[in-house]
Design a protein around this ligand. Structure first.
Ligand code: PXP
Length: 250
């Protein structure tokens, strides 16, 4: 998928909806429903600018078949989250999603814990980033808001970094100031060096505002809270409420 984000407003903050946990519910019973591809199409209709899906090595939620169908059926850009492995590289090169976000992955974790150590894994990542970029895939590296990681992403030639907001999301509302400063400093450093900045993990309608207010951030990728809200209000309303919370902060 090579389509550009639909907005022509350079300052508009894009919303990427992560549909992994629709697949989590489906896989809990081994049924064919709820269908993450149907959810993706519904999210796009409700205003998602893109769809994110993480094909984990253990296939605990999204499957290879889901990625094939998303690639064929989506009308908004697909962002494939992937571990830095040869298997995932081959899959990304086969499907050529609009974007590929490289994340650290440990089998036993509940979700992606911590950012990718770009600095420490530079030699492994360099050929992988080069091949994805050469295939026309917009590579993003999921990193902690840390100058050392931004600097390594810059040296790797990654066009995008996604800042990990997990630590921010876990803090009480009155204790986020230092972490917010880390996020905005990292966003400023990346943007100043020509890297597009995204952010995500643990964001909810309640905590998204201060992150959405960081002007250099161009895209947020949000999943768990949206799918949780969808249980109560439906996916369309959940996406619209997140969009409103993001726009209110901008
Ligand atoms: N961005 C990345 C790179 C992620 O790994 C995840 C979780 O899969 C998210 C965003 C979305 O996080 P959450 O599901 O907590 O909104």
């Amino acid at each position: 998928m090579t389509s550009e984000p639909r907005s022509i407003d350079e300052d508009r903050l894009r919303l990427g909806v992560n549909i992994d946990h629709v697949a989590t519910v489906r896989n809990a019973r081994g049924t064919t429903y709820p269908d993450p591809v149907a959810a993706a199409l519904m999210a796009a209709k409700a205003g998602a600018d893109g769809i994110t899906a993480h094909l984990r090595e253990d296939r605990r939620h999204i499957t290879d078949g889901d990625i094939a169908r998303l690639s064929a059926e989506l009308t908004v850009p697909l962002n494939l989250e992937m571990a830095a492995t040869d298997e995932m590289l081959a899959i990304a090169l086969r499907h050529r999603p609009h974007a590929a976000c490289i994340v650290p992955e440990k089998r036993e974790e509940l979700t992606t814990e911590g950012g990718l150590d770009v600095a420490g894994r530079f030699d492994l990542l360099a050929p992988m980033v080069a091949q994805l970029v050469a295939a026309g895939i917009r590579v993003s590296l999921f990193v902690e808001p840390d100058a050392r990681q931004i600097d390594a992403a810059l040296r790797l030639g990654a066009p995008v970094v996604e800042l990990h907001t997990g630590r921010y999301a876990e803090l009480p509302a009155d204790g986020v100031a230092d972490e917010l400063r880390r996020l905005s400093d990292a966003a400023a450093l990346a943007a100043k060096n020509g890297i597009e900045v995204h952010a995500g993990h643990g964001l909810t309608t309640a905590n998204v505002g201060p992150v959405a207010a960081i002007r250099q951030i161009r895209e947020l990728n949000i999943g768990h809270a949206l799918i949780a809200d969808a249980l109560f209000v439906g996916l369309g309303d959940a996406v619209r409420a997140m969009r409103d919370a993001m726009d209110a902060a901008r």
